[in-house]
Ligand binder design. Sequence first.
Ligand code: ZN
Ligand code: ZN
Length: 268
Amino acid sequence: MAVWTRFQQFITGNSALARWLILFVIAGLLYAVFRGYLRARKIQPNGFRWQTFRNEIFFAILNLAIGATILGYITSTWTAKGIITFNKAPTTWWVVGLEYAAYFFAFDTYFYWFHRLMHLEPIYTWVHKIHHRSTSPNMLTTLSVSPLESIINGGFLALFTAAVTVHSSTMMLIGPTNIFMGLYVHAGYEFFPRWWNKTWLTKWFITTTFHDQHHRYFNWNYGGYTTIWDWICGTVRPKFLTDFDQIKARTNKSLAAAGAAISSGAGT
Ligand SMILES: [Zn+2]
Ligand SMILES: [Zn+2]
């Protein structure tokens, strides 16, 4: 549990902002190292705009200052009052698995429907428009949401843990999933292979391209963790599959060209 507490303190405790900035610098350094690998996988190669990036920094700070503070207050008050409780008893891996799956699919459902609601006027203008100022997402876009949207989406965890007493060990998986999935869908790079959306086993799990297209084309691809609700409700962008294929074809072409350059360089 000590690891979890430390992790929580790391992301929300004192000087959390400084830590986020350090992480951001590390991400920048990693980008420099893996530039070629990443460049081949970029979803929108010409999508970056400095002005949008400046807006994202501004709204990310505003959101961390207001949204995260209010969420933190709600969570700590509910924990103190015993509304949010955790089962600290030891448990088996499959109980943790079931609890985790319950959270995963419940959040996905909650996110999908609230997200569709947030696309209706006047809610869109008041709540969700800030996040859609970024038409070519990067990881910072994850935090660039209005404080109200942050409370709506982040509030799910408080509601879920108030409704269901999960084990502490499940919570150790749920917390990072929340952060990781946000960063993953906004990464701006497609890491999954070309066949991903073609098999029934894998196509339900969201790809970065899927959410990237939500930012680019707005009224399609509303899912957060999965594509299930979009497939059921017919909101998958009709050109999504062909575009995914084209993006991956570009990746393969650029990697092949890099490989050819290396081998011809080695030959001379
Ligand atoms: Zn949206
Ligand atoms: Zn987004």
